[in-house]
Design a protein around this ligand. Structure first.
Ligand SMILES: [Zn+2]
Length: 351
């Protein structure tokens, strides 16, 4: 990839606010669990993901580690841990965050990595050929048309995403490495659905559609045109806005652990999910994390019902289902009830 390749600025994107916010929330709090972007082609999905990566803080890495481990702290591979234990000073480097793309026809070996069994048996050496999950460690893993992937591969991806570790086992030999990444999947629902069990494992889901506002559509065309004519000049024109947004994200990452979530707010989240008949407890957990990330971004010290109301549609879009022959429960109506003054208990939580 050419180093000079200019990426379209995140702040120059027009509309698609929910998609942009969902991406930022994951960058601030990766435990939110990734985002599934549903929508037609040509809605700037991949542009937005690449643009976001440019706004995120650089990573401190162990320069010669295949997994880009952090030089200290949690999340190191066995090799780096061993080197630290042996008293070695690990070589450091700083790297920009990358978007690692999963090829649509990737084999399981290509995704998880492969063990050279012959080398392992003959030399007793552990020859591991890292795969996409190794490359994606601490990066953004972008899976276009995730609904067209083999179910088994999606399973493997979501397992690694949930555990932060990739374990490869072949013929009694086992290798593991850290695989913490922000998972961004896209799908066009017209080309097939994702099984509900897999859907539920994406933290957030946003639906993007082509923008219908004429003014915004004109703005998209004009900006795109200016970008294509002179990408460097376009980037310079947006440099201040980009730096301001990058600073906002950095501040949110720094503030995240200080943002509190009171029990009343958790009760409001639980009530919402009960009312909407959401299965299991994942929605409650994800809502808490996403609302915390949003509060950090908004500079609010404690999560209120307002923050819950902003993130809840992204948590619930793929989790609220209709019983056969019935209309799906109305998320907007449930949120209005949550925010309404007739609910004194919840209002108390928001003040
Ligand atoms: Zn390492």
């Amino acid at each position: 990839m050419a180093a000079s390749r200019v990426v379209y600025p995140f702040t120059a994107l027009v509309g698609q606010e929910a998609m942009r916010l969902a991406l930022e929330l994951n960058a601030i709090h990766p435990a939110v669990g990734g985002v599934l972007i549903r929508g037609e082609k040509g809605t700037a999905k991949s542009t937005a993901v690449r643009a976001l990566a440019r706004l995120l803080p650089e990573l401190e890495v162990v320069a010669d580690c295949a997994f880009g481990c952090p030089p200290e702290g949690e999340g190191q591979c066995a090799d780096c841990q061993g080197r630290v234990a042996a008293g070695e000073a690990l070589p450091r480097a700083r790297r920009r965050m990358r978007v690692v793309e999963l090829p649509i026809n990737a084999s399981e070996d290509r995704v998880v990595g492969s063990i050279d069994l012959e080398a392992a048996i003959q030399a007793g050496a552990r020859r591991f050929q890292p795969g996409v999950l190794a490359e994606a460690n601490r990066q953004i893993l972008y899976v276009d048309e995730v609904n067209l992937l083999d179910d088994h591969i999606v399973d493997v991806l979501l397992d690694a995403a949930a555990m932060g570790v990739n374990v490869v086992e072949r013929e009694g030999i086992s290798v593991w490495h850290p695989a913490r990444f922000i998972l961004v999947g896209t799908m066009n629902p017209e080309e097939g659905e994702l099984r509900p069990q897999l859907l539920d494992r994406f933290g957030l889901c946003v639906d993007v559609t082509g923008i219908r506002d004429v003014g915004q559509r004109v703005e998209i065309v004009e900006r795109r045109e200016r970008f294509e004519v002179d990408p460097e000049a376009f980037q310079r024109a947006w440099a201040d806005a980009e730096e301001a947004e990058a600073a906002r994200i950095r501040a949110a990452i720094a503030a995240l652990s200080t943002v509190t979530v009171h029990r009343e707010v958790l009760a409001a989240i639980a009530q919402l999910d009960v009312q909407l008949e959401v299965d299991g407890h994942r929605a409650d957990l994800v809502t808490r994390k996403a609302a915390q990330a949003y509060a950090a971004l908004a500079g609010v010290p404690a999560v209120r019902v307002q923050e819950v109301a902003v993130v809840a549609p992204m948590v619930l879009a793929h989790r609220v289902r209709a019983a056969p022959g019935q209309r799906p429960r109305d998320i907007e109506a449930a949120l209005r009830a949550l925010m309404s003054p007739e609910e004194p208990r919840l209002q108390a939580a928001s003040s």
